[in-house]
Design a protein around this ligand. Structure first.
Ligand code: AMP
Ligand code: ZN
Length: 139
């Protein structure tokens, strides 16, 4: 459950120092070295999972409540007005460190806002067909 070459394994287990904002038996929350805003944090499970699909459901199920608590602390402690919860899976989705992590990015009025994308267009038949493909692949 630990990959010897993984930087986030070493940070999560305290073998490499980090700016830790929270720690319990299963998780460490650190500040991102290249923050998108002041207080940008990363939730790291102490066990190694490469992404959300690789994690067991019990572990994955703890990430969202933790993100909410961190966001609330950012609002209280840093004066953040809101926050984004972002989690990238796979290189095509922008994942660069292949140890599961959740970004919690505080946002401040007047500063850059949400993690954005260009809204596209989809015909109703295409939505129906796409939904069917996902439904059929459910595990
Ligand atoms: P992702 O693109 O979702 O894989 O995000 C990886 C994040 O990890 C980026 O925002 C990096 O700035 C951050 N990062 C990489 N190495 C470190 C490190 N040693 N300590 C803290 N944050 C890091
Ligand atoms: Zn790891």
């Amino acid at each position: 459950m630990n990959d010897g070459n993984c930087i986030f394994c070493k940070i999560a287990r305290g073998e490499i120092p980090s700016s830790t904002v929270y720690e319990d038996e299963e998780f460490r929350v650190i500040l991102d070295l290249g923050p998108a805003s002041r207080g940008h944090a990363l939730i790291l499970p102490k066990n190694h999972y490469k992404d959300i699909c690789d994690a067991d459901r019990e572990t994955a199920g703890k990430l969202f409540p933790l993100a909410g608590r961190i966001g609330a602390a950012m609002k209280k402690g840093l004066g953040a007005d809101g926050f984004n919860v972002v989690q990238n899976n796979g290189a095509s989705a922008g994942q660069t460190v292949f140890h599961l992590h959740v970004h919690v990015i505080p946002r401040y009025e007047g500063g850059p806002g949400m993690v954005s994308w260009e809204p596209g267009k989809a015909a109703p038949e295409e939505l129906t067909e796409t939904a069917e493909k996902i439904r059929e692949s459910w595990e």
